[in-house]
Design a protein around this ligand. Structure first.
Ligand SMILES: Cc1cc2nc3c(=O)[nH]c(=O)nc-3n(C[C@H](O)[C@H](O)[C@H](O)COP(=O)(O)O)c2cc1C
Length: 163
């Protein structure tokens, strides 16, 4: 079975990490793409905060891969407003990831205190969600340790009940 590397990226930093991971462990790439082009949006910061605030899951392209072909699924995203962008939660609603091993990776300016892993794990209760790779400045050893790790994300219900 193969690994699928799913990612959402706005300024291509997470995409770069996704491609780096692919170079090291192999597998296929799949980009989560918003239906409406975000580059045309003049006020992305406030728009994304609004989507989060009112818990709207924006439309994404629905050309999903066949998840049956994969047993390990890596999901990468930038931190937006202290969590994953709403587009990632839209993907999680559409994708059938039951029984998969999920490996999260993220990029940010400073993601200390973010609960994105727990919030995602809370949505994926039928998966094994492994600990998250910090994609900022990661090296090959970090990627190998992360993909071989059996450490699972613990769901902190107090802080992960938002979604
Ligand atoms: C709408 C928006 C919100 C952001 N919110 C945060 C944040 O809460 N914390 C943080 O450390 N970085 C934040 N960032 C910075 C991104 O997480 C960081 O630049 C990321 O590496 C960009 O990844 P990308 O190039 O794959 O889009 C935000 C960026 C955007 C565009």
């Amino acid at each position: 079975m193969k690994t699928l590397i799913v990612y959402f990226s706005y300024t291509q930093k997470t995409e770069k990490v996704a491609k780096y991971i692919q170079k090291i462990i192999g597998g296929d790439l799949y980009e989560i793409k918003p239906k409406n082009d975000l580059k045309e949006r003049t006020n992305l910061m406030w728009h994304s905060l609004y989507l989060k605030g009112v818990r709207i899951k924006p439309d994404i392209e629905e050309n999903l891969p066949d998840f049956d072909d994969y047993d390990k699924i890596a999901i990468g995203y930038p931190i937006w407003w202290f969590t994953a962008p709403q587009y990632v939660f839209s993907f999680l609603d559409l994708a059938n990831l039951k029984d998969k091993d999920i490996y999260l990776f993220k990029t940010s300016i400073d993601s200390d205190g973010c609960k994105s892993e727990q919030q995602i794990a809370k949505k994926l209760t039928e998966c094994r969600v492994h600990s998250c790779l910090d994609g900022n400045n990661c090296i090959e050893d970090d990627v190998m340790t992360w993909i071989n790790s059996n450490e699972l994300v613990e769901i902190d219900s107090k802080n992960a009940d938002y979604y």
